[in-house]
Design a protein around this ligand. Structure first.
Ligand SMILES: [Fe+2]
Length: 365
């Protein structure tokens, strides 16, 4: 932590290490669509703009470091100055929530003798995975800087052998192509004609070997036409945006009129039915969650049986499912057209945080 500013990586490391730090979010309630896990929200934005602490003055802050946060870091810096004048050990999160969009943490689990690192982009809710067998690793849906995956793999004495995406993403920029190029390994993508760069095409039933294990591709259209789930020994399904814990992938981001979206929703229903034929104890490991991800090291996963038994949307017959899905389409993810375009071109801007700011919105609950 520098004198009056804390970088995203510094705060991320403090939280990951379980160190005591109080994060005070001073944004207007209307601007909040995502938060830092454990942060306290104080609606002090207008007061701070007027040069005083407002409700922050009444806040009973615990001793120790305080990190203030707002959208971009400017209003929080006013809070930091005013709090420091009162003797509080305050600093400002550099770049605010926009910069926090890139923050991540990890959790680990073992599935079918494979080690799995769930890499969670807590600032946006994206989940990616490193899966290793006999020290050979594949990455699914890289969503943070390639350096992160390289570091996590190197630390474990593993070797990256391939990178794979579940679909063409609309809510974040895929880092998978960049990671594969940087490490000189294959980039596997479901077969489609949208992307404009060379890749290894994955078709239904294809196998991606690593160590003594393999991922088996299960075409699961609906969210997008090419959406593919990767099965690990029928013990885990990496579902991308087809199936979340209590929600399903939205079927409308490829455009089209109501009839076309309804057709996608029918495909989604069939894809989910197929997934739910997996053994009840099989794990569902999705590509997103709807809330900020805590720094608790606990994997985010559910079981097929849990979804079958407790998620009402799942048990609907096809017509009712389509109707329910169409009635619940959320607002589009911010900048999704530009993000899709860049993912189809396989390009990553120097500063992706502006395009990617905001919550992910790939789900229908
Ligand atoms: Fe998606």
């Amino acid at each position: 932590m520098t004198a009056e500013r804390t970088s995203v990586s510094e705060l991320q490391e403090l939280l990951a290490a379980g160190r005591h730090v109080t994060v005070v979010d001073v944004r207007s309630p209307a601007d909040i669509d995502w938060a830092i896990p454990g942060s306290i929200h104080v609606d002090a934005y207008d007061a701070l703009k007027a040069g005083n602490l407002g409700p922050l003055a009444q806040l009973n802050l615990p001793p120790g470091p305080v990190v203030t946060v707002c959208g971009m870091g400017n209003t929080a810096a006013i809070a930091t100055d005013l709090l420091r004048a009162r003797g509080v050990q305050a600093s400002t999160l550099e770049g605010g929530m926009r910069a926090w969009s890139l923050a991540w943490n990890t959790a680990e689990l073992t599935v079918a003798d494979c080690e799995v690192v769930q890499v969670r982009r807590t600032g946006k809710g994206c989940l990616s995975y490193i899966i290793a067998s006999q020290a050979e690793a594949v990455v699914i849906d890289a969503s943070v800087d390639p350096d992160v995956y390289v570091r996590l793999i190197t630390e474990r004495n593993w070797r990256l052998v391939g990178v794979v995406d579940t679909h063409i993403h609309a809510d974040h920029l895929s880092r998978s192509k960049l990671l594969a190029e940087r490490e000189g390994v294959d980039f596997w993508l479901p077969a489609q004609r949208r992307t404009r760069f060379p890749f290894q095409a994955i078709n239904d039933g294809d196998r991606i070997p690593f160590g003594v294990a393999e991922l088996v591709a299960l075409l699961s259209p609906g969210h997008t036409a090419e959406s593919t789930t990767y099965l690990l020994a029928n013990a885990a399904a990496f579902t991308g945006d087809t199936r979340f814990f209590t929600s399903v992938g939205r079927p409308d981001l490829e455009g089209g009129d109501r009839d076309e979206v309804a057709t996608h929703a029918r495909l989604l229903h069939e894809s989910i039915r197929r997934l739910l034929e997996l053994p009840a104890e099989a794990l569902i490991l999705p590509g997103h969650v709807a809330d900020p991800i805590r720094f608790d090291g606990r994997p985010l996963a559910t079981r097929v049986g849990t979804i079958r038994d407790s998620v009402p949307l799942t048990s609907l017959e096809q017509d009712a499912f389509v109707e329910a899905v169409l009635a619940r389409i959320p607002p589009n993810p911010p900048n999704h057209a530009q993000i899709i375009e860049l993912n189809e071109r396989g390009e990553l801007p120097d500063d992706p945080s502006e395009l990617e700011a905001g919550a992910n919105r790939c789900a229908i609950a």
